[in-house]
Design a binder for this molecule. Structure first.
Ligand code: BTN
Length: 336
């Protein structure tokens, strides 16, 4: 952890009470002058830090920016995901950057965030569109001990982690539309793109990409997405603290990933099923030229959707575009 992250962590912990420069210096084993210099740098980044003889240092306000040190400071004892966080102002795609980390042999759990993407990728070859500085665009590098067909489990993990993070930070109760859309009613709040590099029977590494709409308003989305996409701000009427939400997403991802590592995917699947609005509905699933219509009955151990068709056969669906009803219409896909 950098000294800036350590200072911010202390400031978050003490809250309104504040902490003296002497105590900060002692805890970090540096001089008071060194603390003062770092505080000045943090102020330049937009952190409003008060220094008074009575309270010592107090953090009054953090900037509306995603900053690696700030996110590290906010995390509560993560085991794997969030041990390393890199934030970029702009990149083509965070999945692309995380994929590079995967190829370079970087440890699993590395998080890549960007405030803006020029070539954000969505599922099924679509694009993911989000204006700069309003949402969360994040990718996580993972090296799960799974076979390639089991990788859908990580998509389920991503969706339930986002649902729980939103529930922790707002009064909203989102649902999951199989396989990966986090919805509020018919509005899409988040999408997940899982990409992997695998051998026949082993995942080498996997990128879990999450796009979450936070402070966008309707004009931020292209007209063709107005009926499809939503954001936490549009749903609550309030501006969301993006750093708090981001830290919550990372903590929830880490918590659920710990369950998968411990062999308890069934716990994750049970929670996922409870939040899934697709189950029990008549659905149409499009994959390439194919179309399957029927009743969505459940998911299996790998996270695949089980659809009972009119002929009574249960089809196992591992990917595609789901719409409710039998029309096969495209719905709720924030992709162009
Ligand atoms: C979907 O189509 O619903 C999935 C969208 C996933 C978008 C996220 S944004 C961060 C990460 N980087 C990308 O290029 N895509 C994913």
């Amino acid at each position: 952890m950098t000294s800036d992250a350590k200072i911010l962590r202390e400031l978050y912990r003490v809250g309104d009470g504040g902490i003296s420069g002497a105590l900060l210096a002692e805890r970090m084993e540096v001089s008071r002058a060194a603390i003062w210099a770092r505080i000045e740098e943090l102020r330049k980044l937009g952190f409003e830090i008060e220094a008074s003889p009575h309270h010592g240092y107090r953090l009054l306000q953090s900037p509306d920016l995603l900053i690696g040190d700030d996110l590290m400071a906010r995390l509560n004892s993560v085991q794997t995901i969030g041990r390393q966080i890199q934030v970029f102002r702009e990149t083509a795609s965070t999945n692309e950057l995380a994929e590079r980390l995967g190829r370079d042999g970087v440890d699993e759990g590395a998080v890549v965030i960007s405030e803006f993407q020029t070539k954000g990728r969505g599922r099924l070859g679509r694009r993911w569109v989000s204006p700069g500085g309003k949402g969360l665009l994040m990718s996580v590098l993972l090296r799960p001990a799974l076979r390639p067909p089991e990788a859908t489990r990580l998509t389920a993990l991503g969706a339930i982690a986002v649902v729980r993070a939103i529930e922790r930070c707002t009064a909203l109760r989102p649902s999951i539309k199989w396989p990966n859309d986090v919805m509020l009613g018919s509005g899409k709040l988040a999408g997940i793109l899982t990409e992997m590099n695998a051998e026949t029977d082993r995942v080498r590494y996997l990128i879990l990409g999450i796009g979450l709409n936070l402070n966008q308003t309707e004009p931020d989305f292209p007209p063709e997405l107005h009926d499809i996409s939503s954001s936490l701000k549009m749903e609550t009427g309030e501006t969301v603290d993006r750093a708090i939400l981001t830290a919550a997403v990372i903590e929830e991802l880490d918590r659920y990933y710990g369950k998968i590592q411990a062999g308890a995917f069934s716990d994750v699947a049970a929670e996922w099923q409870q939040s899934c609005s697709t189950l029990g509905c008549q659905v149409s699933v499009r994959f390439g030229e194919g179309l399957v219509c029927g009743l969505a009955e459940g998911i299996d151990d790998d996270g695949a959707l089980l659809v009972r068709t009119a002929s009574g056969i249960v089809q196992r669906i591992t990917g595609g575009d789901v719409s409710l009803g039998n029309s096969g219409d495209r719905s709720a896909t924030q992709g162009l």
